[in-house]
Design a protein around this ligand. Structure first.
Ligand SMILES: O=C(CO)[C@@H](O)[C@H](O)COP(=O)(O)O
Ligand SMILES: [Co+2]
Length: 224
């Protein structure tokens, strides 16, 4: 993709992670985000194997899209063998599927498969994975996600050392004249957001910070 010309104020996009929401009131929680002007949701999928926790399913994604068709559904796969699952999430209506580089032996092929279905593809790097692994993918991915916590749970502390990786990806993006989003996920709140923005991220996932308070809108406005 060619780099877009427009460069004004770097207004970041916020993707609320519904893992931080009250699961018994998911419809209300998503409506709360929507009323605050949110147009996309981050949906964590876990298999109890790649990470020691369980998350949302393709059926959940389908129901979210049925109830909130205008919300972009960004699916974060934290599973072993993501290639065995992408069809389910494509059929469920996912708009973006991102999977961990560490979880598959053929990341390039998987990105191709996702994109062939008309869905955006993202690659995710866990904290220990260096940025260099994405070199062969930057021409074809829509998003690179730098994890700012170890994957698996919401509510963890932000790893600020990951900011050098975000800056490295931002530099690569400039140098290569390619266009993709740079996302961070984990521990993003009103204390850490500025670091993320300064490092060059364009999208930030935030779960517990946004959902655990009783004023979603007020918390969001402290970020953007
Ligand atoms: O993928 C993950 C965790 O593995 C995230 O999407 C979390 O759900 C973000 O939650 P907070 O750290 O913002 O509470
Ligand atoms: Co996530």
């Amino acid at each position: 993709m060619l780099k877009s010309k427009e460069k004004g104020e770097n207004k970041m996009r916020i993707m609320p992670s519904i893992l931080g929401a009250n699961s018994l009131e998911l419809h209300k929680e998503i409506a709360r985000a929507k009323e605050s002007g949110i147009n996309g949701l981050h949906i964590d999928v876990m298999d109890g194997h790649f990470v020691p926790n369980l998350g949302f399913t393709a059926q959940n994604v389908k129901e979210i899209k049925q109830n909130f068709p205008e919300m972009e559904a960004e699916v974060h796969l934290m599973v072993s063998h993501p290639e065995q699952m992408i069809t389910d999430f494509i059929d469920a209506g996912a708009d973006m599927i991102e999977f961990h580089f560490e979880s598959t032996t053929n990341a390039y092929y998987l990105v191709q498969q996702i994109k062939k279905a008309g869905v955006k593809a993202g690659i995710v790097l866990s904290p220990a994975t260096p940025v260099s692994v994405v070199m062969s993918l930057i021409e074809i991915v829509d998003q690179i996600l730098i994890m700012t916590v170890n994957p698996g749970f919401g509510g963890q502390a932000f790893i600020k050392e990951m900011m050098s990786k975000v800056a490295e990806v931002a530099q690569l993006k400039n140098a290569q004249n390619t266009d993709f989003e740079i996302e961070v996920d984990g521990g993003v709140n009103d204390q850490t957001f500025e670091l993320v923005k300064k490092a060059g991220a364009t999208v930030a996932v935030s779960g517990s910070y946004l959902f655990k308070g009783n004023n979603f809108h007020e918390r969001l406005s402290r970020l953007v």
